[in-house]
Design a protein around this ligand. Structure first.
Ligand code: ADP
Ligand code: MG
Ligand code: MG
Length: 445
């Protein structure tokens, strides 16, 4: 995890697609800085562009996998997710203020999961210092799938750190609009029904507004990515585009840096508490009876939030573990990790549960069990590396959110565009960069 300082002169961000999610870098707005940055990335072998560039000399960029046409999506789900976005933003904030809740809920996980322990250690140091974060910035993404059996929109997870693909998501909806416009007669579709996406500008604006709120003209926005450290001006906002995975902390130096950032006065996106609210364990705890009531006051808000919760259980619930061993295809076993590719399914899930139970190990506290959602399937053309395949697909739909608060004043609490990812119905996991899913956009019906 290196630190790249980039000052947002305008509220503009340029993004670059690399080979894996790690390498999706947000680069400085200034042209010279951006070129330097790209050079650093290429030199550090982070982007293995040249090998893959093939027939495009001097460009070396590979398109991200995408679905050829947008997915038709009922308006009612779209509206439901939009309505939920500010509620989840507020919920993240309120849960983040309850340090004891975070520490207690994750206490058993902490014993068996060193990564979560390190995050909690920083968090408890801040509690000891009674550190107050006057200005809080959350850039979130709440992910959903439609459950085919019940027609309900169910939340897969709530992301509070490195909520990626906002730039790519905007690109793909523009691409779809253009395709439909060009082939309007053959397709008979209205390009205006492709939902436009403002994720990148709204998230950039939230970062810029946070910077303004910090109120120091000479301060910069620090974007934490995986590159070399340079330069040093006061930092108004720290945006973590890395730091969500144990691999981002190869030595003690990165943990010291994370602690240093947390102790500093800069606005963190996310703060350590916001980061922890995004863990699967907290998601599971919030789904328990009476827990939402601790954090939200309005009855109908609570009802609306709860409506989108899928079945979530800790592994201490014996009868659920039995059911999962009997019918593993109906469940997903999740550790406290981000970035895709970490969940356990099917026979693996069964074997893992049997092993954990036999060992009588505390390791069970590292996981949660979740009801597997089966979205309705439809045919789609999926394009990767310039060629397409036709497949039966399912989709996952994320709504970006932004939340900026200075003491009692909520400055931004908004939904900010969306991410639609489509994958073959036969697959378990779903990340675009993990190689499973394809970027897509929404065609409202
Ligand atoms: P991560 O933080 O690593 O993205 P997720 O909880 O989003 O973890 O899980 C990764 C992927 O696994 C999702 O994008 C989705 O494709 C699949 N998945 C997760 N939970 C479920 C579920 N309950 N039902 C069906 N698929 C799921
Ligand atoms: Mg996640
Ligand atoms: Mg996810």
């Amino acid at each position: 995890m290196g630190f790249v300082f980039s000052f947002f002169e305008e509220t503009k961000m340029t993004h670059l697609w690399g080979e894996s999610e790690e390498h999706l870098m947000i680069l400085p707005a200034k042209k010279e800085e951006r070129e330097l940055e790209i050079q650093v990335l290429i030199n550090s072998n982070k982007l293995k562009l040249c090998q893959r560039s093939g027939k495009a000399p001097g460009v070396g960029l590979l398109h991200a996998p995408f679905a050829l046409l947008p997915m038709s999506f009922p308006k009612v789900y779209w509206e439901q997710a939009l309505e939920l976005a500010p509620l989840f933003n507020e919920l993240v904030h309120r849960v983040s203020l309850d340090g004891d809740f975070l520490q207690q809920t994750l206490a058993r996980t902490k014993e068996v999961d060193p990564f979560t322990r390190r995050l909690l250690d920083i968090h408890s140091k801040m509690m000891e210092l009674n550190k107050k974060e006057d200005i809080q910035l959350g850039l979130t993404r709440s992910d959903y799938m439609v459950d085919g059996a019940t027609d309900k929109l169910l939340q897969v997870e709530l992301n509070t750190i490195s909520t990626s693909s906002n730039g790519l998501a905007c690109g793909v909806s523009e691409l779809h609009r253009n395709l439909i416009r060009h082939h309007e007669r053959e397709l008979g579709l209205d390009p205006a029904s492709v939902v436009g996406n403002t994720a990148i500008t709204q998230h950039a604006e939230a970062l810029a507004t946070a910077w303004a709120e910090y109120n120091n003209q000479s301060a910069v926005v620090l974007v934490v990515v995986q590159a070399e450290e340079r330069n040093g001006r006061p930092v108004a906002v720290v945006y973590f585009r890395a730091g969500y995975s144990p691999a981002d902390y190869p030595s003690e130096a990165e943990w010291r840096a994370r602690l240093l950032i947390e102790r500093s006065s800069s606005i963190k996106c996310p703060s350590i508490a916001h980061h922890l609210v995004g863990t699967k364990k907290i998601q599971q705890e919030l789904a328990k009876e009476k827990v939402l009531e601790r954090f939200l006051d309005n009855k109908s808000d609570i009802e609306n939030v709860r409506k989108c919760f899928a079945g979530l259980w800790s592994l201490e619930t014996d009868n659920i573990v039995n059911s999962a061993i009997e019918s593993p295809e109906l469940f997903v076993l999740k550790p406290q990790r981000e970035g895709g590719g970490n969940n356990i399914y099917g026979d693996n899930l069964r074997e893992t549960l049997i092993r954990l139970r036999k060992d009588g190990s505390n390791e069970i506290a590292a996981y949660i069990l979740m009801q597997r959602i089966f979205p309705p399937t439809s045919p789609s053309y999926l394009v990767r590396e310039g060629t397409f395949v036709r497949d039966n697909v399912v989709s996952e739909f994320g709504i970006f959110g932004a939340y900026l608060r200075n003491k009692d004043k909520v400055i931004i609490n908004d939904q900010c565009g969306y991410l639609l990812r489509t994958k073959a119905a036969s697959l378990n996991e779903g990340g675009v960069v993990a190689g499973y899913a394809f970027l897509n956009s929404i065609f409202l019906t």
